[in-house]
Design a protein around this ligand. Sequence first.
Ligand code: C2E
Ligand code: MG
Ligand code: MG
Ligand code: MG
Length: 277
Amino acid sequence: SVGESYNLNLIGYTPGYREKITARHLQLLELQQALENNELFIMLQPKVELVSKKVAGFEALVRWRNSNGDYIPPDVFIPLAEASGLICSLDLHVLRLTFAAVKQLTDAGFELPVSFNASVSDLNNRDYTQEIFQAVKEHRVNPLLLDIEVTESQVMSDYRGFDALLRRFMALGMSVSIDDFGTGYSSLSHITKLPATTLKIDRSFVSGIEESEDDRHAVDMVAKIGQRFGYHIVAEGVETEAQCEWLRQVGCPVGQGYLFARPMTVDDVIAWLRTYP
Ligand code: C2E
Ligand code: MG
Ligand code: MG
Ligand code: MG
């Protein structure tokens, strides 16, 4: 349940630490409340085939607007949830919203896969992993339309355990994406063995395409080597036509980013799909 004890020792002893801890604590309590009151929701961002412009799927991204109406970014509250033990309940909620989104899309005639993000604690949490296995077993969701996103450093933090778990997901027909690929543990010996179907090239490389030859080479290399080893490749954070053009040139098949669409509510996604392209 949500009401566990939280580790509030998130920051060191610095001047003003009391205020910071209090602010953190309040935000955590507010997040917990928001979760209990069902105020967290997801938005879906499309992944698009770069040549045909066909929609390849979506990523579910959690959103929180607090009681003041302020929007709090996941980069702020996800680390807070991870450090406090709230993350599993939060991501279980996201998981259920993802299943609902898959159903809503399918019912509207759009059979497209949806990704969801998982943290290390989720992969270690039986309630979380069982929710996936049970939903598939009970035909509540089509595993072919599910994609779990984990970062490489998360996988590497317990390679033996997570390798087995992620391969069980793959055996169900789910896809497994390595998020933020290139920022973690990447080494050639690992790329051949990752328990994944897909590599998502981190946005930091994509955003450097126009200015940095190194980033262009990095993107080129991941696209080529990744596909050589049998992974699907997705580029994150595609914002410009020039980036898109380079990605096409180096054979990267799919991209996600503001160039194509911002994250949207599920209803807006369905309306968007009806008029796309
Ligand atoms: P991520 O999984 O790498 O998600 C991609 C992030 O890049 C999203 O930020 C998305 O809105 C943003 N993005 C997409 N296209 C562009 C672009 O063209 N330009 C720029 N500048 N940004 C773009 P968001 O939604 O703020 O999420 C941040 C991170 O929070 C995510 O990174 C993920 O690590 C985490 N996160 C989001 N939702 C969840 C969730 O439900 N559970 C967990 N555990 N983590 C989540
Ligand atoms: Mg992601
Ligand atoms: Mg990512
Ligand atoms: Mg990223």
